[in-house]
Design a protein around this ligand. Sequence first.
Ligand code: 9MR
Length: 317
Amino acid sequence: AALVAREAALLVPEYEAKFAALQPEEGRFDFTQFEAIAAWAQHFGKAVRGHALVWHQDLPDWARAAIAEGPRRARAVLDAHYDAVLPRMRARIRDWDVVNEPIANPPGSDVPEPPGNTGDLRDTPWLRALGPDYVAIALRAARERDATLRITLNDYGVEADTPWAEEKRRRLLRLLRGLRQRNVPLDAVGIQGHLQMREPFRPEVFAEFVRQIRALDLQVAITELDVRETRPPVGDFVQRDTAVALRVHAFLSAAFAGGARTVLTWGLSDRWSWLHREEAVALGGGDVHRGLPFDWELNRKQMWRALARAFLGQPAG
Ligand code: 9MR
């Protein structure tokens, strides 16, 4: 807590504002954890983002079943959730990830789309019930309830210099342009920034992508920055931390050059990171990803300095 108080200006709950956390049973809402975070943040003068209203994960079974009943019921589930959450948190949360991870993963992914899905949008309960218009429906419904909310659409896998990421960037841009053409309310795009050392990165390519989003008059935030190392990681801690820091510096400098203005890391310390909690992502063999600014013992690593230097517009150094 002391580290967060010292290091962060903007917080986001990693789980506590997700659908299943807020509405575990239909009509029974639980704001205890979310409001505890909001109160702590307020005490220390920190802003809080909301994450996430419409997502395919962390839907409780009841909601999955209800949404699957069809468009009317799905719409009612969405409206009831928004009605409970948005007005209640309105004074404290001015920025929500309203739609999270809508873009379908291109072929060749760890988590492939079902073969039937050939569109830009991921196959989700919301898509199945409401059709491709579900994104616009979700964004409009947020604006109807809060005229000044910063409405954000958040996604991952668009950072690397790979054909896969290039295709995901194309899909996201197509979605954004379509929403713009139809005047659907949207203020910002969240680029999660779960970077992977095994993937190539080219600053010009990424900066240009951020520019293309900005050209649609949308803000860009980096919302979940962390780094997965190669499996197995190469070198000693100093070498590994140098490589991670260089990647982070290159990534953030490109993001800023393109016009991104907000950065959140997905945690502060390697100790409390999904990167070692989630088996498919963890390094295993006793190794832990060193992909956040502080190590297991809460010591600053080179990544901290890389963040600072990127914020200040300084070279990696
Ligand atoms: O880091 C989060 C992990 O603790 C949760 O178990 C998981 C499911 O709720 O979500 C993780 O956060 C994800 C975020 O909500 C969306 N982008 C990807 C993040 C990492 O999986």
